[in-house]
Design a protein around this ligand. Structure first.
Ligand code: NAP
Length: 291
């Protein structure tokens, strides 16, 4: 596809960004929709994030994705921050406004759309959130927003689970979340859970591990998402499947957070399920080093 002199330009900032699949994904969406749009990776040193944002505004960029480690660092440099992003405490998408950028977090809703695509319901479910780091905040927000019946957070550092539970319970004005230490999994009360695994345990280059190795724990899980997508089948997913549950990786969460960003930059467009299926295959090949 030809990019004209009037093309809408977006990009991703991170440090590093060389591994990012977003340029491949966003440029593919534009190609499928025949949009005059270009998306480029920009490696930004930690201390130059503010300068970078002012620079891309001056250059006329429509927006940006923001990846590790800049998701908090961008926040003081924005004109406005969407309520969900403020509650989650991280911004992964910037959208151009008059005078600056507005920050959004599309991770939470990206995961929700990924679940919906698999026919997995959140409302009324007993949920288990493993981990209490940055990604877990977006997941906790999504589970609260979409009316999970109960949420147990299990984390290696129980005080971090408690902080997250207190913050979300306060924010939503109900006591849905209970914090627990990872080692207390035997005390889980509900008979069966929808589980979201958000720790970095088992991620490339250290596959083959799960935060909880005890196979009896996995009998309590009917459906699970590991938000890790490298490797495509994690030890956590294997343990869930061996215990009889269904398990998915985090690639669709990554794809749908990108779709929501693309829709914010290009209002009135929508990405079809067919395009999602195509980009999933392309991204999987790239992750496996085959393209
Ligand atoms: P983070 O803020 O560093 O949090 C890491 C979490 O893992 C914490 O809960 C930490 O527990 C736990 N953990 C680390 N090592 C552990 C161990 N040995 N045993 C038990 N728990 C351990 O990281 P993050 O930004 O949340 O990212 C977490 C994962 O999510 C990464 O693999 C990332 O690639 C993935 N992710 C995927 C998507 C997607 O779109 N699919 C989006 C965002 C992130 P403590 O609190 O005790 O340290």
């Amino acid at each position: 596809m030809t990019i004209s002199g009037n093309a809408k330009v977006c990009g991703v900032i991170g440090n590093p960004v060389g591994h990012s699949l977003s340029p491949m994904m966003q440029n593919y969406f534009a190609e499928k929709l025949n949009l005059d749009f270009a998306y480029i990776p920009c490696n930004v040193p930690d201390e130059q994030v503010g300068e970078a944002i002012r620079g891309i505004y001056a250059l006329g960029f429509q927006g940006l994705n923001v990846t590790v480690p800049h998701k908090q660092r961008v926040m003081p440099h924005l004109l406005e921050i969407d309520e969900a992003a403020r509650c989650i405490g991280a911004v992964n998408t910037l959208v151009r406004m008059e005078g600056g950028y507005k920050g959004y977090n599309t991770d939470a809703e990206g995961l929700y759309r990924a679940l919906k695509r698999q026919g997995i319901q959140v409302a009324g479910q007993d949920c288990l959130l493993i981990g209490a780091g940055g990604a877990a905040k977006a997941v906790a927000y999504m589970l609260m927003k979409h009316q999970a019946k109960s949420i147990a957070i299990l984390n290696r550092s129980p005080e971090k689970a408690r902080l997250l539970a207190d913050q979300m319970n306060r924010q939503f004005g109900r006591n849905t979340i209970k914090a627990m230490a990872l080692s207390d999994y035997q005390n889980l009360e509900a008979p069966s859970y929808l589980a979201i695994q958000t720790t970095s345990v088992g991620m490339h280059p250290h596959p083959g591990h799960a935060a909880i190795e005890d196979p009896t724990f996995y009998k309590k899980i009917h459906t699970a998402i590991d938000i890790i997508y490298t490797p495509s089948r994690t030890r956590f997913m294997e343990l869930v499947k061996e215990a009889g549950g269904q398990a998915f990786n985090g690639l669709d969460m990554l794809i749908y957070q990108g779709i929501i960003a693309f829709e914010l930059w290009n209002p009135n467009v929508s990405i079809t399920d067919e395009t999602v299926d195509e980009i999933r295959v392309m991204m999987k090949k790239r992750l496996e080093g085959k393209s």
